[in-house]
Design a binder for this molecule. Structure first.
Ligand SMILES: *[C@@H]1O[C@H](CO)[C@@H](O)[C@H](O)[C@H]1NC(C)=O
Ligand SMILES: *[C@@H]1O[C@H](CO)[C@@H](O)[C@H](O)[C@H]1NC(C)=O
Ligand SMILES: *[C@@H]1O[C@H](CO)[C@@H](O)[C@H](O)[C@H]1NC(C)=O
Length: 283
């Protein structure tokens, strides 16, 4: 299926070269290994990664995990972690630190957004709490929920140059848009400061996926919504015309993706199962 579609894309590009996106032509040409029914192809990322290995030394990982587990044994863990601040606007801010738990489409926990990523480039899910990435969210202290939130990751094997939890345009997308009926997808990845602002359109900004692949794909960062009483954490991607799109999250081969239509993605990459997920900020 994927093989056939890759050909279809190439043919379309040839026929309508003037309107085809150069990046898509490049991506299809440079990623022949990816034509196996799965979105991810380790061969390409590994062969092309230019940066040195970013694996977190075991000692640091263990310290993070111990600190995290310690918080779970405390009755009043949330208040321990909430650091009150006042923003420039004078509105009191609260900073919450926790982990992101992942539930499947039957609402069963399948683990956490992990410190161990796909080649320092894309976030994965890992069943063990001790491997959970540490995340921090700032919001107005008085708000029970927030939209357009920025989430920072303080502990993962993604380079500290990409501290913001963002979404990055999928390698095989023709453009940076997602939508119902389209296989287009996004990676959950690390993005460099200054990030993007709420409602911003996709922006080409340094990120962990571009670093690993040397592609120039667009990203967004301040696109998280969190209900602080339930922890429910959702996201809304903004298309290039400024329209917010209904955005769903899913997993293939343990790698976390977002998109506008999970079934269209699963149909495009039919070589491995795709599972819808929901996220919960546990703090
Ligand atoms: C990745 O590596 C392969 C094989 O070494 C090479 O053919 C391809 O051009 C590289 N792709 C990129 C994006 O650098
Ligand atoms: C899913 O499970 C979590 C925790 O087990 C629970 O808090 C939440 O209400 C459930 N959500 C739905 C939609 O069933
Ligand atoms: C948070 O979720 C709960 C349970 O679904 C809901 O009752 C409440 O209205 C939500 N809070 C906000 C601010 O959306």
């Amino acid at each position: 299926m994927r093989f056939f579609l890759a050909y279809a894309v190439i043919s379309v590009s040839v026929a309508f070269g003037a309107v085809a996106n150069d990046q898509q032509d490049t991506a299809v040409g440079l990623f022949p290994f990816c034509v196996n029914g799965r979105e991810h192809c380790l061969e390409v990322l590994s062969a092309n990664a230019t940066a040195p290995s970013r694996t977190v030394p075991f000692g640091r990982k263990a310290r993070l995990s111990n600190a995290l587990l310690h918080t779970y044994t405390k009755a009043n863990r949330a208040s321990d972690f909430q650091r009150r601040q006042t923003s420039a606007s004078g509105i009191p801010q609260v900073e919450r630190t926790g982990v992101v738990q992942v539930f499947d489409d039957s609402n069963e926990s399948i683990g956490y957004v992990s410190v161990t990523t796909e080649d320092g480039a894309i976030y994965r899910v890992d069943s063990a709490l001790m491997n959970a990435a540490i995340v921090t969210v700032s919001s107005q202290a008085t708000s029970a929920s927030g939209t357009g939130l920025r989430v920072s990751v303080t502990g993962s094997d993604i380079s500290a140059r990409y501290p913001l939890l963002g979404l990055v345009q999928g390698r095989d997308n023709v453009d940076a848009n997602i939508g119902f009926g389209s296989y287009h997808y996004l990676y959950l990845a690390g993005v460099a400061l200054p990030g993007t602002s709420p409602q911003d359109s996709p922006t080409i900004i340094d990120n962990s996926y571009n670093d690993a692949t040397e592609l120039s794909l667009a990203a967004e960062t301040d696109l998280w919504e969190i209900n602080f009483s339930t922890g429910t954490m959702t996201t809304t991607w903004v298309n290039t015309n400024g329209t917010p799109e209904n955005t769903v999250l899913f997993v293939q081969d343990g790698i976390i993706y977002a998109g506008g239509d999970m079934d269209a993605f699963a149909n495009e990459y039919s070589g491995s199962s795709v599972t819808g997920i929901t996220l919960k900020f546990v703090f």
